[in-house]
Design a protein around this ligand. Sequence first.
Ligand code: ATP
Length: 312
Amino acid sequence: MPVPPHAQVTVRAPAKINLGLSVGPPRPDGFHPLATVYQAVALYDDVTATLREDDADVTVEVLGDFADDVPTDDSNLAVRAARLLQSEYDVEEGVDLTIRKTIPVAGGMAGGSTDAAATLVACNRLWGLQLSQSDLERLAADLGSDVPFCLVGHTALGRGRGEQVTEVLSRGTFHWVFAIADGGLSTPAVFKELDRLRPLRRVEAPEVRPELLSALLSGQPAALAVALSNDMQDAALSLRPELAATLQFGLDQGALAAMISGSGPTCLFLAADSRSAVDLAVELSESGLCRMVRQAEGPVPGARILPAPISR
Ligand code: ATP
């Protein structure tokens, strides 16, 4: 039976990478202050929200490459996003969520956060809430540090825990290759390792490197390659030392830069152009060093409603 308009909404939401990730000393509340430059890349999860008119239940089904690694109970970030909207706006209807995952789970690419962002956008439309982008961004910040950026997308500066986002000017398109490792890394565990590795060092307030912002403005991959940085890399490598060989392999194959993505264990590589990205992806796939390889351009927009399929 065809579904009536707005009884079903699909939202496509991107993965993020951190082009610069500067981590300050832990705050009394345990969070680390960050200064980061995010970029949204064309690796997406699709979240379909289908209306439940007869009750207020929220269910979730997860499909795709990483489905087995994603919880389907109330700890799923998409479920939490739907429940937050229900409680804040006294919504009496429910929703069945289907997540088609292509973003690695616990891979340092904000997969869960982007599902939460997609769910906010989908349920806002499904339940006719008419919330503004700034309303959604406020709710997003309650759900997690990376969720506001996943709504906004493109390239942006993240402050606070990463949840205070402002757009950054970036020219052109960059070509990225991702080596997705077996297993994930828990973000809190990597922060803990970072604190263990630098307990006595005077840790400065987090800062974005000016050369990173000028590289983005120039649109030149070679300039961006030398401006990338990630304070969490040493901690991720300390927990997963074998990733160093993956990073080195990518550099040996001509990547302009190689870095751990966020808290890892995904390794990211900047290629000079789309052709070099394909070549690098092939070499990495054949190397046996990782579980799978993906290529994606950035920047791309944040969570967006997809046009409804045309039904006959
Ligand atoms: P970040 O880069 O934001 O630190 P990440 O990419 O490393 O996050 P996620 O893929 O968001 O990690 O997953 C972290 C944990 O969150 C997973 O181990 C999983 O148990 C849980 N989780 C909850 N909801 C989801 C979801 N919708 N998709 C993926 N993981 C989820």
